[in-house]
Every structure is written in structure tokens, then in C-alpha cells.
Design a protein around this ligand. Structure first.
Ligand code: SF4
Ligand code: SF4
Length: 441
């Protein structure tokens, strides 16, 4: 199969980065790569969706990888996963899972799922700051994305379901397959999950996932987890801070200990991040001279600086997030020049995931590998956002009153950086707007 043929099948199937990014998968395919890295690191605490998928469908993940390898002429693929996950799956480092793909065991440190860190850990290559993995000959896909590519290519089945971990303050955490577009409130009712007054729901991992409103949120192609966590957990408390508080703390309380920079995982592989310096600047200064702060665009937002390094309650990540907004407004990005020097002490400064889990206040909710519920839940209605991916929203191709079947195209990609959307249920179209399509079963 050629790259163009594979791209077409991936576009037809509506495949986007399932790990949370939502980047249209076909766009990553290019000539010139020699390695494929499968991101199954399951970076954040409490997440088990990749594990559950691989437990049940490892052969399909490998088959998806082989389609990519064949079309691009890549020589070798690496299934990057934590050592304990490999152990649970009965795999070991260096073992082949298909003709060209071997297991790569990763240390249990955070944030191993950051693709820049993952590539360095797997291949010893540093992607130049602000550039894409292909510049160092690497293509990275999340394991679930490759599973979706396998279904799209082999079976002609588009993306209609999502592997989701439900955990945190719930009676018994679990992982299940959920139709894309399922309202979160309906899923919660089915499984008897409530969000107490003093808690919130997170879409994704506790450190990087945003707080969502469970009454209005829906499962999208990028939903990895729904976690109910208390507002007092450090990981959540920091999300509730206003920009004003973040900025006041930063300028008033920093003792310039530099620990945030010394522990920053991207700084440790040579990225130009100096969180201890960014907190010295006022937002007004950054607005006036945004060109002096373009390093912010290479911050991954992992939160180590704020959640583990800083003993003064300061959020360099929060400051960097605001700078990213200023850079976007001014259409500025970091331009890499010069050498990249990996810190020789990196190995000793990496943050063990167990420690991270304790520090962000979620360790007690990690009660071991959750149950995998086999049956896909069928909701009474689905609400499909037209933008579940990076890029332009998809354009509806159905009208109110149309009858649709599972897997039927309901909105078409609008250009290359966009994605097709398919119905995940058999039903009737109730609403079509600029932002979503609602289908009742
Ligand atoms: S959030 Fe903090 S620790 Fe993480 S990459 Fe950004 S500056 Fe570094
Ligand atoms: S760790 Fe906190 S106190 Fe230390 S330099 Fe960074 S922001 Fe300042």
C-alpha cells in the first residue's frame, strides 16, 4: 500500500490522535522516517485505557503499526510502554509483537507519554524545540490511534467508539468502550456515578486534563478518562486558581531556588525552558515584548514545575499558559537555533510516577488495575461535536430527520487538517448546527 492509499483510508475512517491531542492521523504520514514509536506509556496516574486496549487487542494495534510501516518504508517500530504494564501484559523488553515491532520498556517516570520525552527515551534522539518528530526520522502514534487505523484499513470501520477509564472517587474504577458522542451525564447515570459538591470531573489525567461540566460534556474521539477528584487535591486546586492569583504568587513569592527549571523534563533534554525566569516577569511585560518569551511555546504543560518542584505554591506552568495565549495572538512561535545539550544529570532528576501520584494527591484513588467492562454502552442519544480534532470543524452531510446507521458519515472533513465524523449509533438526526449533530436512538 502506498502512503497516499493509506492516507485516504485513514481520512475515510476519521482517525485522529486518540491519546488526547486529536491531530488528524493522516497528516503525520510522511516519507523520510526510519522509526515508528507507539505511545502506550499511559503517562498520568489513574489511567488504564491503553492497558485495557492492549490487553484485548494488542494484535490489532500491531497490525495498525504494520500498515504504517509498510506504507512509509519505516524499518522498525517500538511499542513504548512502562515496565509494569509490559509485565501485566506478559511482554518483555525487546520482544517482537509483529514482523517489525518490538517492545520498548520505559521507566515509570512522569511524563513519559510526552512524545518528545518518549522519543528521547526510546531512541536517544532529541526533536529540536518547536519542530515535529519527523525531523529526526520518527512518527509517533498512540496505541489506540493505531488500533483505529487497523480497523479503518482492514475492516473499513470508522472511529465510533472510545476506550475510557472511569476512576477517582467512584465506588469501583473501570475501563469501558463508549460510543463517541455519548453524553457524560447519561454514562454517569448508567454506572451510578455522582460528582460531590466539593469535587470536580476531569477529562483525562489529573495533572493535565481540564475540568469539565458533566452535565454538558460528551465523549469525544480524544476522551481518555473521566475522573472524579476532590477540589482540595493539589492537582485540582491549582486548576481552580485564577490567572490573577497565579501572577500575584509568581511575582511576590518566588525565592529563585531554580528547582522548577532543574526538574523540568523538557529542560533536562535541552529545551530552552527556564520556568524560574518566566515567573520574574509581569504579564504586561510579556504582552509588550512577546518576542522575548517564545520559549513558552515548547512547554508541554506537564505541571512538574508547579505540582512537584515549587515549595512556594507558584505555578510557572500557569504563567507559561498565559504566555502561550499571548504568542498565539501575535502569531509567534519558538524558532530553534544552536545546539541542544541534554543535561548529564537527567537520569537522576527524572520524577518517579509513584512520587508524582503522591504529590498531586491522587495516590489513594489508584486501587490497582480496574475491571474492563466488555460491552459497549448504547446511549439513548449522541451529541457529536463537529470539532473533536485539531483543525477545521467537519461539515455536516446529514439533515434533521435523516435516518443514520452506525458508521455512517455524518460530517465531512473540511480540508487536510480536519476529520470525518461518523454516527456511533443507529438513529435519527434530531439537530444539526454549526457546532454539533444530535442523533436519537
Ligand atoms: S509545565 Fe513546567 S515542568 Fe512541564 S514542561 Fe512546562 S515548564 Fe517544564
Ligand atoms: S521552584 Fe518556585 S520558588 Fe523556586 S524558582 Fe521556581 S517558581 Fe521560584
Amino acid at each position: 500500500m502506498t502512503i497516499e492509499q493509506l492516507k485516504k483510508l485513514i481520512v475515510d475512517g476519521g482517525c485522529v490522535g486518540a491519546g488526547g491531542a486529536g491531530f488528524p492521523s493522516a497528516v503525520k504520514l510522511a516519507e523520510g522516517a526510519d522509526s515508528l514509536v507507539i505511545n502506550a506509556a499511559e503517562c498520568e496516574p489513574l489511567l488504564y485505557s491503553d492497558y485495557a486496549l492492549m490487553k484485548q487487542h494488542l494484535a490489532d494495534v500491531a497490525a495498525g503499526a504494520e500498515y504504517v510501516i509498510e506504507a512509509t518504508g519505516i524499518q522498525k517500530g517500538y511499542l513504548g510502554l512502562k515496565e509494569h504494564t509490559a509485565h501485566r501484559l506478559g511482554l518483555h523488553d525487546g520482544e517482537s509483537i509483529s514482523a517489525h515491532v518490538v517492545v520498548k520498556c520505559l521507566p515509570n517516570v512522569y511524563p513519559m507519554g510526552d512524545e518528545i520525552i518518549l522519543i528521547y527515551q526510546t531512541l536517544g534522539r532529541v526533536v529540536p524545540p518547536g519542530q515535529l518528530p519527523i525531523t529526526v526520522g520518527v512518527i509517533v502514534y498512540n496505541s489506540e490511534t493505531l488500533y483505529n487505523i487497523c480497523l479503518a484499513v482492514r475492516d473499513g470501520k470508522p472511529v465510533t467508539q472510545k476506550w475510557v477509564t472511569v476512576g477517582g472517587q467512584v465506588r469501583k474504577p473501570f475501563v469501558t468502550l463508549v460510543p463517541v458522542g455519548t453524553p457524560v451525564r447519561e454514562l454517569m447515570q448508567k454506572y451510578g456515578i455522582t460528582v460531590p459538591e466539593d469535587s470536580v470531573m476531569i477529562d483525562g489525567g489529573p495533572a493535565m486534563g481540564p475540568i469539565i461540566n458533566p452535565d454538558t460534556a460528551v465523549i469525544t474521539k480524544t476522551t481518555k478518562a473521566l475522573l472524579v477528584l476532590p477540589k482540595t487535591a493539589p492537582a485540582i486546586a491549582s486548576k481552580l486558581e485564577t490567572n490573577r492569583t497565579v501572577n500575584t504568587h509568581a511575582t511576590a513569592n518566588c525565592c529563585q531556588c531554580r528547582l522548577c527549571t532543574d526538574m523540568c523534563p523538557r529542560a533536562l533534554i535541552g529545551y530552552p525552558l527556564t520556568p524560574h525566569k518566566i515567573v520574574r516577569n509581569s504579564i504586561q511585560m510579556m504582552e509588550q515584548y512577546p518576542e522575548n518569551f517564545t520559549e513558552a511555546s515548547v512547554c508541554s504543560g506537564c505541571g512538574i514545575c508547579e505540582l512537584t518542584a515549587c515549595c512556594q505554591g507558584i505555578s510557572p506552568r500557569g504563567v507559561y499558559q498565559q504566555v502561550k495565549g499571548i504568542l498565539a495572538k501575535n502569531k509567534l512561535r519558538y524558532q530553534h537555533k544552536g545546539e541542544i545539550r541534554v543535561d548529564p544529570d537527567r537520569e537522576y532528576r527524572m520524577l518517579p510516577s509513584e512520587r508524582f501520584k503522591q504529590r498531586i494527591g491522587v495516590a489513594k484513588y489508584d486501587v490497582g488495575v480496574p475491571e474492563i467492562l466488555a460491552d459497549a454502552y448504547i446511549p439513548s442519544r449522541i451529541e457529536l461535536p463537529l470539532r473533536q480534532h485539531i483543525g477545521a470543524p467537519a461539515k455536516p452531510v446529514v439533515q434533521v430527520g435523516d435516518t443514520v446507521a452506525i458508521g455512517q458519515l455524518v460530517a465531512q472533513a473540511d480540508g487536510m487538517i480536519s476529520a470525518n465524523i461518523h454516527s456511533s449509533v443507529n438513529g435519527r438526526v434530531l439537530e444539526v448546527s454549526d457546532s454539533r449533530i444530535v442523533i436519537v436512538v
